[in-house]
Design a protein around this ligand. Structure first.
Ligand code: BDR
Ligand code: CA
Length: 311
């Protein structure tokens, strides 16, 4: 059983990642959700996180708001991918459940300190601002975490927001750098993996065929979200980036990667936010993260559809 805090900037793919976690109580206990600015500003990401909880019928989940901007930079958003609301596609009602009181970073710190050592996993699905801020505020939590499983970065796929960088890392490279150097056990789902998790027409039809509000909403989300990647990459459909994180907690055997050194560029404007993964072991730098490279996409979508059917 994994006990997790999801740190997120929903985002249609974030929404699917959250739904997968909430649909999998045998493997995953969601201790809380923390929102961060990323795909869209914080006012929308925290609201979208609550919309998704309500869609799943889980108004009991605590959703906290965190940082509204990166540690040292101006926020860059991705409305060109996710639409104006961040969750364009389905028309979902405004949430009734309130935002939890307190700051996301305090919730992360307090939870990791309160729970038994080695039992809490952080699952960042957006820029790493909240996570880095928590590690800076309370360095003792690094030794108490079980793992950080995050979506971010790229090596062979290189960049989606710049020629060199993936969006989550690019938005707050200083935060990503802090996380990579934290000493916590880290597993990374980069674009190298997520660009293989594509919602083809048949996979989208399978979501819609569930005939439930969740199945239909997920089909509408991925319908919307695929426009961008189809135009840009000529790919078969929307890449489900963030659900790779929650799927990994359920079925780690679906992913293949290497434990290597991963560092983040924070100086060069040209390659800002690039994740330099020593895939071939050519440096003497110490391995610090399991950098995934492959996914069994067929099994991943079978799992996702089977779990979403439960909601
Ligand atoms: C990442 O950026 C966001 O657009 C997605 O939600 C995902 O977390 C992919 O680069
Ligand atoms: Ca995201």
């Amino acid at each position: 059983m994994r006990r997790i805090i999801i740190d997120t900037d929903p985002g249609q793919d974030d929404a699917v990642a959250i739904l997968l976690a909430l649909a999998s109580p045998e493997e995953i206990e969601v201790l809380g959700i923390t929102a961060v600015a990323g795909n869209v500003p914080l006012a929308l990401t925290q609201k979208n996180a609550r919309i998704v909880c309500e869609l799943a019928g889980r108004t009991d989940i605590k959703v906290f708001a965190g940082y509204d901007a990166p540690l040292r930079r101006k926020l860059i958003t991705a409305e060109h991918v996710h639409g104006k609301t961040g969750l364009d596609g389905p028309s979902l009602p405004d949430p009734v459940m309130p935002l939890a009181e307190g700051h996301a970073v305090d919730f992360i710190v307090e939870t990791v300190r309160r729970e038994p050592e080695g039992t809490v996993t952080l699952c960042p699905l957006g820029p790493l601002t909240n996570i880095a801020a928590a590690l800076q505020k309370a360095p003792d939590i690094a030794g108490r975490l079980q793992e950080i499983v995050l979506m971010g970065g790229a090596y062979f796929e290189v960049g989606n927001i710049t020629p060199a960088a993936e969006f989550n890392i690019y938005v707050d490279p200083e935060a990503a750098d802090i996380v990579m150097k934290s000493g916590v056990r880290i597993t990374i789902m980069p674009l190298d993996v997520t660009h293989k998790a594509l919602v083809t027409k048949a996979r989208n039809d399978a979501f819609r065929a569930l005939g439930t509000p969740v199945g239909v909403a997920v089909a509408q989300m991925t319908d919307f979200f695929e426009r961008f990647d189809k135009e840009k990459y000529g790919s078969a459909g929307a890449p489900l980036h963030d659900p790779c994180v929650t799927a990994y907690l359920i079925r780690p055997d679906l992913f293949k990667g290497r434990f290597v050194n991963v560092e983040v560029e924070t100086q060069s404007e040209l390659t800002m936010g690039m994740t330099v993964a020593d895939w071939w072991g050519v440096s003497k730098r110490k391995p610090n993260a399991t950098f995934m490279g492959d996914i069994d996409a067929g099994e991943f979508f079978a799992l996702l559809t089977e779990r979403l059917a439960r909601l």
